[in-house]
Design a protein. Structure first.
Length: 477
């Protein structure tokens, strides 16, 4: 190969065993110099290495005619290369407004979503994007401004799962030289020169000022720091993966259980990574979990007693006895009954603003707090039960076929269906009634009747206090 940049990308592909014969690569193409350079390199390497290319362009609908001209340019460019192109026209401003994102973040999210969509549809192996060394330096500097840790100081990876960045070790000047050397035309985004975005301010103002006052090429220094720290990060991540495997007790879709004692023995630099590994295995991504969330999870794990921490995406960290459970909420299907585990003690928020508070008291503690142990009215949303009779944990769920129930102060069990019929509860309403249950055994038909099997007696030592609040007139989900 007679081109230095082309040869560098080819050697990189050889080193990591990617861009193999017969594979398909999705290339993000905006029309700017970086993506035009990447597309040309991918097409040239595709011819020699035997892989295929499909391009994706996203029109953000933000710059009027200029954005439409970018789209037309990319269409013509892909026609010259004789490669397929997928074009998406997305209202980025509306998406940003709906989700409280900046325009820059909203555009990034949509671009990756569309490229992943094409990758899945076409059975592609990778998504290639045109980030380069200068982008890396800007990203690291942004992370520093936000107060980052080691991962943030390492910036972007050249291979992150199925997303690849073939130009990440190349400078912007090298890309422009390649484009000029090969006679490639490209589009220039006028907003790149508007200092309204923080990244543009860093690129156009801060970095040049640092160089003017100190003579330091901050881009090169930050990239060097990234290279030095990456080895430390990779070692810590591999070590944390090993420890995660050692302390893992149970894993299924959306639920991971770890040994609490072993997790607390780990150095915080490792235990925090274990939490992030669990998060990634549950959510499919490390995005969205900040250090404040990790610290909250580790605090719940390290403190004595049963503790619960709330993470984003309604994921819970529940520390009970010798176990730590990290779990996502059960995906609700409107055709299936609801099902949520209720840790004791805890406060839980269910869909549609249903809030459940579960506490434990000794008899003496309960009397000191409430004055006496008195059975509430059956339609009350605050009830007490004999916790000593509960052996399998408690759950909030909907009704199931064959459910049996022993109503408070009644002679014996009856079918839950018959109980509803006796109270003349309409069929549609029955589907929305919540049950507090222990396995198959119903403890409480919420808002209607408690079970005689779990009532407080003279021999009761520990009292389970449950309070449910709700918005509206029923528990619809």
């Amino acid at each position: 190969m007679d081109d230095k940049l082309l040869e560098r990308v080819n050697s990189w592909a050889e080193q990591y065993g990617i861009l193999k014969e017969g594979t398909l690569v999705v290339v993000g193409v905006s029309g700017g110099a970086d993506s035009v350079c990447l597309l040309d390199i991918m097409c040239r390497l595709g011819n020699t290495r035997g892989f295929s290319v499909i391009a994706v362009h996203v029109n953000h609908m933000l710059r009027g005619n200029e954005a439409d001209e970018d789209e037309a340019f990319v269409r013509e460019l892909c026609g010259k290369y004789r490669i397929p192109l997928k074009v998406f026209r997305e209202d980025v401003a509306a998406f940003a407004g709906r989700n409280n994102y900046s325009l820059e973040e909203a555009g990034r999210i949509i671009r990756y979503e569309k490229m992943k969509e094409v990758m899945e549809e076409q059975g592609a192996s990778y998504i290639a994007v045109a980030h380069h060394r200068d982008d890396q330096a800007e990203t690291v500097f942004l992370n520093i401004l936000r107060g980052t840790g080691l991962d943030g100081l390492c910036g972007m990876s050249d291979i992150n799962g199925r997303i690849i960045r073939p130009l990440l070790t190349s400078g912007k000047d090298e890309i422009l030289e390649y484009v000029k050397r090969n006679g490639l035309s490209y589009r220039t985004d006028s907003t790149n020169y508007e200092n309204t975005y923080l990244r543009n301010i860093i690129r156009n103002v801060i970095f040049p000022e640092i160089k003017r006052h100190t003579g330091t090429d901050i881009t090169a220094k930050l990239f060097r720091m990234h290279e030095l720290l990456r080895n430390d990060r990779d070692f810590l991540n591999r070590y944390a993966e090993e420890k995660f495997s050692e302390i893992l007790l149970f894993k299924e879709n959306g639920r991971i259980v770890l040994r609490r004692d072993k997790l607390t023995e780990l150095h915080p630099a490792v235990s925090g990574r274990v939490i992030r590994i669990a998060w990634e295995k549950i959510t499919g991504s490390r995005q969205g979990l900040e250090s404040v969330h990790v610290n909250a999870a580790l605090s719940a794990v390290s403190k004595e007693g049963n503790r619960t921490a709330e993470l984003p995406k309604r994921i819970k960290v529940i520390s009970e006895y010798d176990r730590v459970e990290i779990s996502a909420p059960k995906k609700y299907d409107e055709n299936e009954p609801v099902f949520f585990r209720v840790p004791v003690p805890s406060v839980m928020e269910l869909p549609n603003r249903v809030r459940i508070e579960a506490k434990l008291y000794t008899r003496e503690e309960y009397v000191r707090k409430f004055g006496e142990i008195k059975k509430a009215r059956e339609n009350s949303l605050t009830q007490i039960f004999d916790y000593g009779k509960i052996k399998e944990g408690i759950y909030i769920r909907g009704r199931r076929p064959g459910d049996l129930f022993h109503p408070y102060n009644s002679k014996g069990k009856k079918k839950l269906k018959d109980f509803f019929i006796d109270l003349k509860i309409p069929k549609k309403t029955r589907e929305n009634i919540l049950l507090l249950a222990e396995g198959k055994n119903i403890i409480w038909v919420v808002g209607y009747r408690t079970s005689d099997n779990y009532k407080i007696e003279d021999s009761t030592e520990t009292i389970l206090y449950v309070n449910i609040t709700r918005q509206g007139n029923n528990f619809e989900f």
